[in-house]
Ligand binder design. Structure first.
Ligand SMILES: [Zn+2]
Length: 376
């Protein structure tokens, strides 16, 4: 569902409220790439809690809030069982943190937003392992699963319990189901989930200690991270000078309210309009880890001929890129980030090395002069 396709459909006169165009007096209905829509929805759900429309408990919004984190809890709960008793045996760890190639697999999204997961969530709520609020997650996943089935079936007759997983006909009930689904989905409200938008410290919990330290330092905006944030801002400024993507911009940038961005905001020339670039926490953490890795490893690898390649490989192992959830630009961004860190980190290290060597040389020189004067 590239922008060109979207544009083409629009140009032919199809839009959300009237999803068709007329050709030779025939109405041709248009539909976006369904598997892709499912992946997009999964990606959104990772970032946002979703308030579902409700008829019964209008006052208690919390009750209707679907959260991605419920799936994680359910998955961890299920993992405690021996494999043969597991309900969610199709899910794997990486399904919950899909990046790059896995983020593009439809199967990963379909099995995560499946009826099995929905039913399992219902059970956990019944057993008081999850709070009643998690019913919203179960309901949301069930709706997604039904919607996907209704648009992705080839069977003439629907299988038991999956009434819309069949070809569309006048009797199949699709039309009224879609009308209802259209109304409901239209009423979804997206609320940025604190878990994802906030710290990414948890992603680094299995990683080296310094990575966790950096993530924590960025979180509170401690002094040494302010300059890293500044460098990160410089990198995204370069990136967005000839590149546009809303999703990437959402992932990489934030605003002056982040603690680590205090320094950048104090450099702002006028208060009326922010001109400098504010990096997101995840991005600052990635740059911070990258620069630290270079600092630690350059003394060992600096004499290698293919220094840039060696350094890139090292960075690749240490930086967690899972925060880049733009499918389209994952590899591009990763590559850009690795190159930028090398281009900034390596000369920076060299400059300081040379400066240190110079001051060491001048110290030795003055010691020699001193010895001469004192006739020692
Ligand atoms: Zn992008």
């Amino acid at each position: 569902m590239g922008t060109a396709n979207v544009r083409a459909i629009k140009d032919m006169g199809s839009d959300i409220n009237n999803p068709y165009f007329v050709h030779n007096e025939l109405k041709i209905f248009t539909i976006f790439d369904v598997p892709h829509l499912l992946k997009c929805f999964r990606n959104l759900f990772r970032k946002y809690n979703i308030l579902l429309p409700t008829v019964t408990v209008a006052t208690q919004q919390q009750l209707m809030q679907a959260r991605w984190s419920d799936i994680k809890i359910a998955y961890e709960q299920d993992k405690k069982n021996p494999l043969i008793f597991r309900s969610l045996h199709k899910l794997k760890d990486f399904y919950l943190y899909p990046v790059g190639q896995t983020a593009m697999k439809v199967k990963v999204a379909a099995q995560t937003l499946s009826r099995t997961v929905s039913v399992y969530l219902y059970n956990l709520v019944q057993q008081n392992i999850l709070p009643p609020r998690s019913l919203a997650t179960a309901t949301f996943i069930q709706e997604m699963d039904e919607l996907f089935d209704s648009l992705n079936a080839s069977a003439r007759v629907a299988p038991d319990g999956k009434p819309f997983k069949c070809i569309v006909s006048e009797e199949s009930g699709h039309t009224s189901f879609w009308e209802d689904a259209f109304r409901r989905v239209n009423q979804y409200k997206f609320i940025r989930s604190i878990e994802i938008a906030g710290t990414s410290v948890s992603n680094y919990s299995n990683s080296s200690a310094f990575a966790v330290d950096i993530a924590n330092a960025v979180e509170i905006g401690s002094l040494q991270t302010l300059s890293v944030a500044y460098v990160s801002g410089f990198i995204i400024k370069k990136l967005f000078s000839n590149f546009v993507c809303d999703r990437c911009s959402y992932i990489l940038s934030s605003d002056d309210t982040e603690p680590c961005n205090q320094f950048i905001s104090s450099k702002e020339f006028s208060n009326s309009k922010n001109k400098l670039f504010y990096p997101s926490k995840q991005f600052v953490i990635a740059v911070g880890i990258g620069i630290t890795v270079l600092e630690n490893k350059l003394p060992i690898i600096c004499e290698k001929n293919n220094l840039q390649d060696v350094a890139t490989n090292l960075l690749n192992q240490e930086i967690d890129f899972s925060f880049i959830t733009c499918e389209e630009h994952f590899y591009f961004l990763k590559d850009f980030l690795l190159k930028s860190i090398c281009r900034i980190g390596i000369p920076w290290y060299c400059t300081r090395l040379v400066r240190n060597l110079r001051s060491e040389a001048s110290r030795q020189m003055s010691a020699r002069t001193k010895r001469k004067i004192l006739h020692k």
